[in-house]
Design a binder for this molecule. Structure first.
Ligand code: ADP
Ligand code: MG
Ligand code: MG
Length: 894
């Protein structure tokens, strides 16, 4: 029988699938002896059961009772007891932290009786009534789905009536009368009284957490972060500790290192006499953590020790939530903290230096996404632009855009293809859509741990928070600048924000390349780099290159691309497309070829194209030096090189009606009509074109070999791999191979695996994969064209589906991520695995690679490593990410 409830003392950090991240980490803190209030976790199994049946599993109630009794025993109090109540919090916690998704309910167990007991026990009626009104507020909003403003408004009215500014200035009587107002509001909104039975409160809160898993915002966030929808969330029930009990109580959050730079130090914020979210909600100005030393010396010392313990235990940067109750420290949460890309690389290096982790392990502390973020451009420091103001650097990058104040406007701008910056006093989960649509986020309040900062970092989006000289007036859509009377920014004005420094500029500031790109380009040497990040990246890349088994090549069609690919660390070219060699001014020559009526005309047309292509190939081979280059023979349908059918048909019709038609146009129209296809993607292209258009492949192969000979004579030792596109059947490949071998012999080459010249095929059709064993006999290598293979496996025409129904498919969860972005392991991936296995069975040691853009996608790279491919190939700019992820895959998978 499945068990659904686990005491904190039973779990560990390994159990995130079952206990969720928060529960597993709470259990771990208990395990290593840190002070954690007693509690238990209701597992994700229970949530999944609930999601299946819409009700809690039958056994759950009894299990909860048993575990509750255990806490009651430990604490010597009963839940909701009239004289001395145990209160608990109900906290959601899925495997992956989902900021702002499912809100915690504190103070469960208070009712009209136990509030008096709490007042008596604490000797602090104000505290008791404050806790009760907070319970009603959180319960109403989170569990009963009421509009949070209903409560906020009443609170504000109460403060106004009493002429006070802060919540803390309200008296016990004020708060008691506020609970009466809240109760009425709950009555009105839900038609029933606020539940007085503590257990009913608890059970309702637990079910609300389950339900919230499918809430709109949670679903949106999971889609963004590619978190599977079927994981479910766990629920943590934990004895309350009170940071709002007295002046020597408080609550706060901290990091073991600076999550923006990786610097070691004391980073955090706290508030005395405060509870729960007060710190991150920005209702009062928080204090920096080091001030706590004066406010609560004992707790501070203990906290610093706990921070050290946690960082050593997790061997990584941790973030921590704590509460101090009458001078005693309680740990309420920890996890491996989110960090900026720069911090990730620097921390990885620091942890090696400190002897905390090995070099291999350091690769697991960074990701390809981090590296991508570092390759974004930055603002030009030399551009003479005065800063408007400076806030807190929350998430790096340089963003320029027009000011918008809400989600609707941000989405409208994004839909119109315009860049915008979402400006708010603070963000909350309702702003998520706008945060996604905007180029950057700017808030006037909040610190590094505010909602905006946390969410933006998670999204990798540029963000500056706490720019407190900005007075954001959402209603009138203007921003006033404190201390600069008459200076306003209006909706639509352009601002530039630097998430790396916190700087905010008026107008558009020019951006420059990142130092990391300069490093990859070879313009900056790591030894002499002034930017520490360059050394940090170089160090990790060196480790990745040493560890990885996959080779990394680039897709490059031009000498410039090829040269950049080499600078970025490509070990060869995995795909040179030859299409562009038929375009531009050469289109004319292709037209001659297609319109040729005699053998002589055809040969003349090909003969005019050949020397141009020799030149193209020679330049690419030269750029690649001794490295292998894979050249794909012409792939697209010929009509792509001809005038548009409709256009031409109209032109000819008009000319004819006016009695002066041009014979050349008529002839061209006939050719275009002849070549017109309903589904060109599935029509006359690739190897089909090569087999049926006499001399076309031959011309290309001759040009390749001629260029190759020139470059080899000049002293290069590269190899060339001639790749035949769109092969379905081995017979197709045999025809081309026979022709190619004959030509190669004229050049004194004997093609084969491991030879100077190899002949292989693109694997991009399901039939090819399914018959890979036979195809391998005629192929010196396989290169998976995962873009076309995805199109043909799914039956998707990429150009048509991405813009039309893909967003609906993502919405409805048909897939969590586009199969064109990340390889579809179950379908397309399976074909790849099958083809590799059968290809290698037929021809041991068969070289296999990937030349679709998936070769630069982190998750896909891990799959290709697992599938045992020899190399991945992607666009030059993504080569560093592929190198890093290949290293990570080797370390993580072995
Ligand atoms: P989130 O997932 O949004 O971080 P948490 O479950 O951590 O939500 O809870 C929200 C706030 O309530 C945090 O500040 C947390 O420290 C506080 N909190 C949660 N449980 C307790 C408890 N048992 N006693 C005191 N404070 C609590
Ligand atoms: Mg928390
Ligand atoms: Mg293709």
């Amino acid at each position: 029988m499945t068990r659904y409830v686990y005491d904190f003392s039973e779990g560990s950090m390994e159990q995130k699938d079952l206990l969720g991240g928060k529960g597993a980490n709470l259990a771990e803190m208990v395990r290593i002896g840190l002070p954690v209030p007693a509690g238990f976790t209701i597992s994700t199994d229970a949530c999944r059961a609930y999601l299946r049946t819409q009700q809690a599993p039958a056994e759950l109630a009894d299990e909860v009772s048993a575990h509750l009794a255990r806490i009651e025993g430990q604490m010597g109090r009963r839940l909701g007891d009239a004289d001395d109540p145990l209160l608990v919090s109900v906290r959601s916690g899925a495997k992956f932290s989902m900021p702002g998704m499912m809100e915690t309910v504190l103070n469960i167990g208070l009712n009209d009786e136990s509030v008096k007991g709490l007042a008596a026990q604490s000797g602090n009626p104000r505290f008791a009534w404050d806790s009760y009104r907070r319970l009603m507020q959180m319960f109403g909003k989170t569990v009963l789905d009421m509009d949070g403003d209903i409560f906020e408004t009443r609170l504000e009215q109460m403060k106004a009536a009493r002429g006070v500014e802060q919540d803390t200035e309200l008296t016990a009587e004020d708060l008691e009368s506020l609970t009466t107002k809240y109760r009425l509001a709950i009555q009105n909104a839900t038609g029933r009284d606020f539940p007085q039975d503590p257990r009913e409160q608890l059970d309702m809160a637990v079910l609300a957490v389950f339900r919230s898993w499918m809430g709109e915002r949670a679903v949106l966030y999971r889609r963004q972060e590619r978190i599977p929808h079927d994981l479910g969330t766990a629920v943590n029930v934990q004895a309350m500790v009170f940071g709002n009990l007295s002046e020597d109580s408080g609550t706060g959050v901290c990091f073991t290192r600076d999550p923006a730079t990786g610097e070691k130090g004391v980073y955090g914020d706290y508030l005395m006499n405060a509870q729960g979210e007060d710190v991150v909600a920005g209702i009062r100005n928080t204090h920096p953590l080091h001030d706590l030393e004066a406010d609560s010396p004992e707790a501070y010392k203990e906290l610093r020790a706990a921070m050290d313990t946690l960082e050593h235990h997790y061997r990584d940067l941790c973030d921590i939530e704590f509460t101090i109750e009458r001078g005693t420290l309680w740990m309420l949460q920890t996890r491996v903290g989110k960090r900026t890309a720069e911090a990730a690389f620097r921390i990885a290096g620091q942890l090696i230096d400190e002897g905390t982790i090995t070099e291999q392990e350091a690769l697991t502390r960074v990701t390809g996404a981090h590296l991508t973020a570092l390759m974004f451009p930055r603002f030009d420091a030399s551009a003479a632009t005065a800063e408007l103001t400076r806030g807190v650097a929350a998430s790096p990058g340089a963003a320029v855009g027009a000011i918008v104040f809400d989600t609707a406007d941000a989405q409208a701008k994004a839909a119109a293809g315009e860049d915008c910056i979402l400006v708010r006093t603070e963000t909350n989960p309702d702003d998520l859509g706008g945060m996604i649509a905007a180029r950057g986020i700017l808030t006037s309040r909040g610190g590094k741990t505010s909602h905006a900062a946390v969410v933006a970092r998670g999204m990798g989006k540029t963000c500056v928070v706490g720019a407190d000289s900005l007075v954001v007036d959402t209603e009138n859509r203007t921003i006033a600048i404190r201390g600069e009377a008459g200076h306003f920014l209006n909706e639509g004005d352009v601002v530039s924000i630097d998430g790396g420094t916190g700087a905010v500029f008026e107008g558009a500031v020019p951006v420059v390349a990142s130092p990391v790109v300069d490093y990859f380009e070879g313009r900056v040497q790591p030894e002499s780099a002034t930017d520490e990040i360059v050394r940090a990246v170089d160090r990790i890349m060196t480790i990745a290159d040493r560890e990885r088994r996959l080779k990394v090549r680039a897709n490059a069609d031009t000498p410039a691309d090829a040269a950049r690919a080499v600078r970025f660390g490509a070990e060869g070219i995995g795909l040179t497309r030859t299409e562009h060699m038929f375009l531009g001014e050469r289109r004319q020559l292709v037209e001659h070829l297609i319109l040729a009526e005699t053998e002589e005309e055809r040969e003349a047309a090909l003969e005019s194209l050949r020397p141009l292509q020799v030149q193209d190939f020679a330049e690419i081979f030269t750029a690649m030096g001794d490295r292998p280059v894979t050249v794909r023979l012409i792939d697209p349908p010929l009509h792509e090189f001809l005038p548009d059918y409709t256009h031409l048909a109209v032109k000819v019709a008009v000319a004819e009606s006016e009695g002066h038609s041009s014979p050349a146009d008529v002839k061209m129209l006939q050719a275009v009509t002849r070549l017109h296809e309903s589904n060109p993607m599935f029509g006359l292209r690739g190897v089909r074109l090569g087999i049926t258009t006499a001399g076309l492949f031959e011309m290309q192969i001759r040009a390749i070999l001629e260029a190759f000979r020139v470059v080899r004579r000049a002293g290069a030792h590269g190899t060339v791999e001639i790749m035949v596109p769109l092969v379905d059947a081995v017979e197709e490949l045999d025809l081309v191979r026979e022709e190619a071998e004959a030509i190669a012999r004229e050049f004194g080459e004997e093609p084969g695996a491991g030879k100077n010249v190899a002949i292989g095929t693109m694997m991009e059709l399901p039939r090819a994969c399914l018959t890979a064993g036979r195809i391998a006999q005629s192929a010196d290598f396989f290169s998976f064209g995962t873009n076309d293979l995805t199109q043909t496996t799914w039956g998707f025409s990429r150009d048509d589906v991405e813009g039309s129904f893909f967003s609906a498919y993502l919405d409805k969860g048909v897939f969590g991520v586009s199969p064109f972005e990340t390889i579809d392991v179950d379908g397309v991936g399976r074909l790849v695995e099958l083809a590799v296995a059968e290809g290698r069975a037929a021809k041991p040691g068969l070289k296999t690679g990937v030349c679709g853009e998936h070769g630069g996608d982190p998750e896909s790279v891990h799959f290709f490593h697992r599938a045992g491919l020899d190399y991945v190939s992607c666009s030059p700019f993504r080569v560093p990410v592929a190198r890093l992820e290949a290293g990570r895959a080797a370390v993580m998978q072995g």
